[in-house]
Design a protein around this ligand. Structure first.
Ligand SMILES: *Cc1c(COP(=O)(O)O)cnc(C)c1O
Length: 379
């Protein structure tokens, strides 16, 4: 089945009770048993809920995986993944990553005896050097946030196989429409479902997708034991959002391409970071592992003056200044003070993240209106 057909049909069956074509919101915490222990696969909604099951199956299909697990947020899904590890275990992580992921690694799990090594994965030598016999997981995000670097998933997968550890990929920025990390050898795909998968800025949710049955069993055990599950209303909203994922991603990518090129030629703009440029240092990898280049980009202003950036960020009318990304509406953000404030300034600068860097999540509005908004704000 091709992607758009899967986005509409995968995981959902007409409701067995009524034939309802849309999976109902099973707003029930418990399920009646015909005799002790005899039930229809559903005993208690922390463990299983039919609306959540449909969504989990849909996400597994869209990522070319076998099993999906949904959590109450993207961070809860990362939390569950790291809880597979034990004190003394090590993780090699990209250094250009979501601020909240950096925070849970360094401020929660490092204190429980897990060691995290942050490296620039643009050079695979750095990854190989950081791997030790205790390394259990390689953790990557690509495209990275907010520098839009591209990491070679297939090359990381080869390293993870060689060193017998797992490869996990945060696929939030790309969405399964633009990239399927498992096709390149990843073991775990993570999503902040909050972003492109939900797509309408009305749900907070996370997901893990795997192929391996034993890995799924372990993660499902943690999902049920720790209990950070999403409710059925939210699962319904995401099931609805998924039905237009392919259409939305096509338009995000089209609008993104026009805006990236427009910014690149603007006299007030310094650097533009977008993997679709043939001049992007990782363009060849992006062209190989992604189907298109999406609507996420960052740029800096000529002069790198914080006052200019602040004025720009407060001057757009359509682009809303807000955390998050991947919704139908265009957003802009200032990573240094918003999404990445929990990463120390020296770490940010080391990674090329200027204080004035501005991140855009290009939405689905008409391109003429988006360009006009950026133009008046730059003026
Ligand atoms: C938002 C985000 C997360 C965290 O997800 P929540 O749903 O906000 O908990 C993780 N990774 C990336 C890349 C994100 O953008």
């Amino acid at each position: 089945m091709k992607f758009g057909t899967k986005a509409i049909h995968a995981g959902v069956e007409p409701d067995p009770a009524t034939g309802a074509i849309m999976t109902p919101i099973y707003q029930s915490s418990t399920y009646v048993q015909s005799a002790p222990g005899e039930h229809k696969g559903y005993a208690y909604s922390r463990t299983h809920n039919p609306t959540r099951t449909a969504l989990q199956n849909a996400l597994a299909a869209l990522e070319n995986g076998k099993h999906g697990l949904c959590f109450s947020s993207g961070m809860a899904s990362i939390d569950a993944m790291i809880k597979m590890l034990r004190p003394g275990d090590e993780v090699v992580s990209t250094n250009d990553l979501y601020g909240g992921t950096y925070r849970i690694f360094t401020a929660v799990f490092a204190g429980l005896g897990i060691t995290f090594r942050f490296v620039d994965m643009g050079d695979l030598k750095n990854v190989e050097e950081a791997i030790t016999p205790k390394t259990k997981l390689i953790w990557a995000e690509t495209p990275t946030n907010p520098m839009l670097k591209i990491i070679d998933i297939a090359a990381l997968a080869a390293l993870s196989k060689k060193h017998k550890c797992l490869l996990g990929v945060d696929n939030t920025f790309a969405s399964p429409y633009l990239q399927n990390p498992m096709d390149h050898g990843a073991d775990i795909v993570m999503h902040s479902v909050t972003k492109y998968l939900g797509g309408h800025s009305d749900v907070v949710m996370g997901a893990l997708i795997v192929k391996d049955d034993a890995l799924h069993e372990r993660l499902a055990f943690i999902q049920n034991s720790c209990g950070a599950v999403p409710g059925p209303q939210d699962c319904f909203l995401v099931l609805r959002g998924l039905k237009t994922l392919h259409l939305r991603m096509q338009r995000h990518s089209e609008n993104g391409k026009v805006i990236a090129n427009w910014l690149a030629q603007h006299p007030k703009v310094d650097k533009v970071y977008w993997p679709g440029f043939a001049t992007h240092p990782n363009h060849a990898i992006a062209a190989r592992q992604m189907r298109d280049f999406g609507g996420m980009m960052s740029f800096s202003l000529k002069g790198d003056d914080m006052a200019d950036a602040t004025r720009f960020l407060s001057s757009t009318k359509l682009f809303a200044l807000a955390e998050s990304l991947g919704g139908v509406e265009s957003l802009l953000g200032h990573p240094a003070s918003m999404t990445h404030a929990s990463i120390p300034r020296e770490e940010r600068l080391k990674n090329g993240m200027a204080d004035t860097l501005i991140r855009l999540s290009v939405g689905l509005e008409d391109i003429e209106d988006l360009i006009a908004d950026l133009e008046q704000a730059l003026r």
